[in-house]
Design a protein around this ligand. Structure first.
Ligand code: 5GP
Length: 108
């Protein structure tokens, strides 16, 4: 079963994709926790979390970080919830990019 993010990428369900490269896409989070709240997601569903991704394809992880930094447009917070007990709900690895006024202190 495709992840919710893969279903958005394929156009099956709606979502605001703000950037796409050969291997990565960036989605605006449906429930933003900061003025800028983006999800940077590899197109492949091979990796459930950042630990698997770092071990399996570090260049892809580096591309995600670079794209997140570019789109944040300034200082930003990068969050990878890793595992259910850490709040991960979608097991298709994704980076939360939070930017803008973070004084409310959202850690996602
Ligand atoms: P996690 O809890 O796995 O770290 O993050 C999942 C994120 O995906 C949450 O911030 C949630 O708001 C976002 N999300 C879940 N479903 C959708 C959706 O259908 N569309 C968009 N744009 N974001 C979603």
């Amino acid at each position: 079963m495709a992840s919710i993010f893969a279903r958005i990428l394929s156009g099956e369900i709606p979502g605001e994709i703000v950037r796409e490269t050969d291997r990565v896409f960036v989605l605006r989070d449906i429930a933003p926790q900061a003025p800028v709240h983006l999800l940077v997601i590899p197109k492949t569903e091979d990796y459930a979390n950042v630990v698997e991704l770092a071990a399996g394809d570090p260049a892809l992880l580096a591309e995600m970080v670079g794209l997140g930094a570019e789109l944040a447009g300034g200082d930003f917070r990068l969050v990878f919830n890793t595992g259910e007990d850490a709040g991960q709900t979608v097991f298709h690895v994704h980076a939360h990019v939070l930017a803008g006024d973070l004084s409310e202190g959202s850690l996602v």
